[in-house]
Design a binder for this molecule. Structure first.
Ligand SMILES: Cc1cc2nc3c(=O)[nH]c(=O)nc-3n(C[C@H](O)[C@H](O)[C@H](O)COP(=O)(O)OP(=O)(O)OC[C@H]3O[C@@H](n4cnc5c(N)ncnc54)[C@H](O)[C@@H]3O)c2cc1C
Length: 425
């Protein structure tokens, strides 16, 4: 059988060729990283009148923003009670509101803001892996904090076939406000907004070092040095050794995806009748959805204990997919790809300014809504605008004494989580 192509399904017909722009010697704002965060911030700073350059180490779409699953969910990770214990109820409420604001902003971009990215607010079915998970989901649906309610419908195991042609789950919940996008088209839309505002985006040009100099920073690149009055780090899971402070605060985790061969809209509709995103309640989560044209299944998850390459992950992901949907046995995988998401030690995104350098990162696998939103907010903060303020401002960005940027603890953690999942704990 033919091997899967190791490019993101979203990029199968898209190559972005940016015109080669001269690199200016001085700019007001230099942004490191050309994903959702960097391009959204660039739009704000350029529109505010600051000369802005975005440096992207690879091609546009090399990072997560060109290779994710395109699932859009309300996305603050810690549960509300845990957050309230940590920061008090009022702050927890405000942090949760940011997640809602992020969804609204993406909806606005996609429906009124001119970013044509196949936005569909079709909802998400979250399948319960065990009966206990199901009971916890029911409690969560019934006890949503006032003012933060989402539209949720609980479905018993007997009812779940409305959502998925599988008996794998023990019931689940439909989150009606969740949505999906074509992630690469979202990225191209944000690129256009940044460029239309006057930002210069330079691809294949990494920032190699950032050195304080006078009132700003000297940034070294393979194409010469740039003096920038302000710098933003927007490198998320691709944060490398040249940024040691940030690298010690984000945990890069490989995420793996496959897209099946075309199955036809009827067959996909029989598998996922409402066309929603599907996620399950395991610790080592799997997530899947129909492609925007409704002809394929796009399936993702953690394929291996240690990081691997897209080709190696195909059989494992295929097995995980047919565990839920045995009807897909024998179906060919046409595309396989991976990318690096950024987790944080407190499971919250972080934005702010450290030693004069701005940053926004650590979306814990939920960056489709969060990265455009917090990118926008940090851009506004760089311009000194009050609307840039967020409920996350000023939170400490934690690291650990044992962590220097290589997550040696990941493989044993995934092993433990997988074992607990298998035991149904
Ligand atoms: C397989 C996969 C599936 C996912 N699915 C979902 C999903 O369904 N829903 C969801 O909400 N989130 C999902 N995510 C996460 C989401 O894609 C990210 O959180 C989001 O794209 C982060 O955007 P960003 O702009 O901060 O980072 P990125 O898009 O990763 O951009 C960072 C960029 O920085 C560049 N860079 C690094 N160092 C330098 C340097 N020194 N100089 C210049 N450039 C540099 C990198 O090349 C990279 O392009 C997924 C991620 C992956 C990998």
């Amino acid at each position: 059988m033919q091997e899967a192509a190791t490019i993101p399904y979203w990029q199968r017909r898209v190559t972005v060729e940016l015109p080669e722009s001269p690199i200016p010697a001085r700019v007001d704002v230099l942004i490191v990283g050309g994903g959702y965060t960097g391009l959204s911030a660039a739009r704000e700073t350029a529109a505010g009148g600051a000369s802005t350059v975005v440096l992207e180490a690879g091609a546009i779409g090399a990072g997560c923003s060109g290779r994710n699953g395109g699932q859009v969910a309300h996305s603050i990770k810690p549960n509300f009670a845990a957050l309230a214990r940590r920061y008090g109820r009022e702050r927890a409420f405000a942090i949760y509101r940011e997640g809602h604001e992020a969804m609204s902003y993406l909806r606005w971009l996609a429906t009124a803001g001119g970013v044509d990215c196949d936005w569909r607010q079709q909802g998400c079915f979250v399948g319960a892996h065990t009966r206990r998970h199901f009971m916890a989901m029911v409690r969560h649906a019934e006890q949503q904090p006032a003012g933060l309610e989402q539209r949720i419908t609980v479905l018993s195991k007997a009812e779940q076939r409305q959502e998925i042609a599988s008996d794998f789950y023990q019931g689940g919940c439909v989150y009606h406000d969740d949505a999906s996008v074509d992630p690469m088209r979202l990225l191209l839309g944000l690129l256009k907004r940044a460029q239309d505002s006057g930002a210069v985006v330079v691809d294949h040009c990494p920032a190699q070092s950032i050195t304080p100099n006078g009132t700003g920073f000297d940034v070294a690149t393979p194409r010469g040095r740039i003096h920038a009055a302000k710098v933003l780090i927007a490198t998320n899971g691709y944060t490398r050794g040249e940024l040691p402070w940030h690298r010690r605060r984000v945990i890069p985790i490989g995420s793996y995806q496959i897209a099946t061969e075309p199955l036809g809209t009827e067959r996909v509709k029989n598998l996922i009748p409402q066309g929603r995103n599907i996620v399950d309640s395991r610790r080592v989560v799997v997530y899947f959805r129909p492609s925007p044209d409704g002809t394929r299944i796009i399936f993702g998850g953690r394929a291996a204990l240690a990081e691997t390459d897209p080709t190696t992950c195909v059989p494992r992901l295929h097995d995980m997919m047919t565990q839920v949907l045995p009807q897909l046995r024998g179906v060919h995988t046409e595309y396989a790809w991976t990318g690096w998401v950024a987790y944080t030690f407190d499971e919250l995104p972080h934005l702010g300014c450290h030693e004069g350098i701005y940053y926004s990162m650590g979306y814990c696998g939920q960056g489709v809504p969060l990265a455009p939103y917090f990118g926008r907010r940090i851009g506004q903060q760089m311009m000194g605008l009050a609307e840039g303020r967020t409920a996350l401002d000023g939170l400490p960005f934690p690291s650990r004494a044992y962590y220097r940027g290589t997550p040696w603890f990941l493989a044993p953690s995934v092993f433990v989580y997988r074992t607990l999942d298998a035991l149904g704990v």
